[in-house]
Every structure is written in C-alpha cells, then in structure tokens.
Design a protein around this ligand. Structure first.
Ligand SMILES: Cc1ncc(C[n+]2csc(CCOP(=O)(O)OP(=O)(O)O)c2C)c(N)n1
Ligand code: SF4
Length: 286
C-alpha cells in the first residue's frame, strides 16, 4: 500500500539487503500515516551515517547536516515554528558519539521533538569500527583485541537527566515499535526512542537472532517511576524493550521561552521589524 510519505519514483536505497533500517523506515511511515501527519507539517533532521540517510527516503521536508549535529537544528526548527512535527534521527555513533554533547543538552532543554536513534552498536557507514554502544570485547578491524571501554547506556543517561520520555524498541518488532513511536511522537516534550537495528554487514555479534534471544518487553512497569526505570535500564541480559519513563515535565523549550510568553505566534510568522533590532543594539552601544 502506498503512503503519502512515499517518493513518487522508485529510488535506489543505499542500504545492504537485510539491514534493519528498512523495517524502521516502513514502521515510521506507517506511524506518521496513522497519526494523520501532513507531510507538509513534518521536518526530519539528521546528521551523517547509514541511519542518517533515512529522511532522504521520505516525501517530506528534511535537513541533513553535519555528523552528530542533528539535535541543534531540530531544536531551532521547532522553536521558530512550534506547530511542526520535528523528528531528529541518526545512528548510535552519530547521536551518542559525535553528537554526545548535543544529546545531553537537548534533554536539558526539553524541546518538543522526537529523537530516534538506530542503535546497531557499530559504525555502519564507515565499515565497522566500534561505536559508543559496542559491547565490551566486540572485535573490529580497528579494535582487533576487542573493545576495552565500558559501553554508553543511552537510556540511563537520558533518565539521569530527567528526560521526559525514554523508550527502547527493536526494528524487527513492527507492531510494538509502531506503538512506541506513536506514543513518542504524541508526547509533548523531548522523547528518546533507542531502536535496536541489526547491521548485517559489520556486526556479526548483535544479529537478528541475538536480539531475539537477548531482549524482553517490560511488563507491569509503572512508567512514572523514574527510579525503577533507571534500575531496569541498567539490566544487561535480557535487555528490556518498551516505554521506561514518561512524564510531562516543565513546558517544552519553545513554549517556555520568553519570546512566546505573551505572544504564541510562531517566530517564523512574525513580521520582520528591523527597527526593534536596531533599538536593542543601540541600547548597548549608544
Ligand atoms: C566529524 C566527522 N567525523 C567522522 C566522520 C566519519 N563518519 C561518517 S559516518 C560515521 C559513523 C556512523 O555511524 P553511526 O552513527 O553509528 O551510523 P550507522 O552508519 O551505523 O547507521 C563516521 C565516523 C564524519 N563524517 N565527520
Ligand atoms: S552497513 Fe550495516 S547499517 Fe549500513 S546499510 Fe549495511 S547493514 Fe545497514
């Protein structure tokens, strides 16, 4: 079935056959459609990597920028036009490695954006070096004796900073992942969904079979209990899937910004008033 997010012509998708990114692409289109999101009202923002190519395969607006730098433009796009749906997307290297600083500070700002991270525990685009989420002992052509560093736990980081929505999904579980993504997009505030995504070419350890064997869905979990969410996020085997934590904390970054306090007109739709800017500048220098 066709989707309003499908490009008109068939295009050559630059992913390996069997890559988990294909499922994620399909699931996101399905969710956007079921939420009746207008492609004209959606902006996808990404950096560099295999996962970061994803907006190029949708019929919608997108901004593709520098490696690791998707979150600042996504925050800015939402701030100038809060009526848009904004999704920032990329891989674990892009978002947690190169963009690690933005990951932390975006959570603190709490913009109303959805943050999707395709977590294949490896650098796919640059052919298989270790990423921040690679497990200890994982061998690569660079880490020939195995990774010696402690892996980053993105859920624990997000929970420690009191992110307003924290979830983990698995690319192959279409219905469950669609449900989690739908909740994340509807959530008012910053929403992280870390999505396990097998890389069939460069990660021969964390395969489809491995994820099936080493993951399990949360059950009877109170998503308002942050301490319990943190405890569950630290569990290593099986790795848990589902919504760990959700709360409507303070207003989103754009809504709490003084610029919107007395006037909710999106910045983008306000008249250009150079005389006010001149007045402000002159008040400092004259
Ligand atoms: C500043 C900078 N450093 C390094 C690179 C090289 N580079 C391109 S993609 C990539 C890793 C991508 O891995 P990940 O974000 O996990 O995405 P995947 O390709 O696995 O989806 C790297 C290191 C770059 N383009 N820019
Ligand atoms: S290298 Fe890995 S992540 Fe990249 S397209 Fe191939 S399977 Fe997917």
């Amino acid at each position: 079935m066709s989707s309003p997010f499908d490009l008109k012509k068939d295009i050559d998708i630059a992913w390996c056959p069997g890559c988990g990114n294909f499922s994620i692409l399909r699931i996101i289109k399905k969710v956007l459609e079921s939420l009746a999101i207008d492609p004209q009202e959606l902006v996808m923002v990404s950096g560099i990597g295999q996962a970061a190519k994803i907006p190029q395969y949708f019929k919608t607006h997108y901004f593709n920028g520098l490696h690791g730098r998707a979150l600042p433009p996504a925050t800015a796009i939402k701030a100038v036009n809060p009526s848009l749906t904004v999704i920032a997307e990329g891989g674990d290297g892009d978002m947690y490695g190169e963009g690690g600083n933005h990951f932390i500070h975006t959570i603190r700002r709490n913009p109303d954006i959805t943050h999707l991270v395709h977590n294949n525990m490896v650098y796919g685009l640059t052919k298989g070096q270790a990423s921040p989420t690679s497990q200890k002992g994982f061998t690569t052509p660079i880490q020939i004796h195995g990774v010696i560093l402690e892996p980053l736990n993105p859920l624990a980081v997000a929970l420690s900073l009191n992110a307003s929505f924290v979830a983990r999904a698995y690319a192959k579980d279409h219905d469950q992942t669609a449900d989690i993504l739908s909740q994340a997009i509807k959530h008012p505030g910053y929403a992280l969904v870390d999505i396990f995504q097998p890389c069939v070419s460069f990660n021969k350890v964390n395969t489809y079979e491995w994820f099936k064997k080493h993951t399990k869905y949360l059950s009877d979990h109170d998503t308002s209990d942050r301490e319990q969410a943190f405890h569950l996020a630290l569990q290593a085997d099986p790795l848990l899937l589902g919504v760990f934590y959700q709360h409507e904390k303070n207003e989103s970054f754009e809504r709490s910004h003084p610029i919107y306090r007395h006037d909710s007109t999106p910045l983008l739709k306000r008249a250009y008033q150079p005389e006010i800017i001149k007045e402000i500048i002159e008040s400092y220098y004259l």
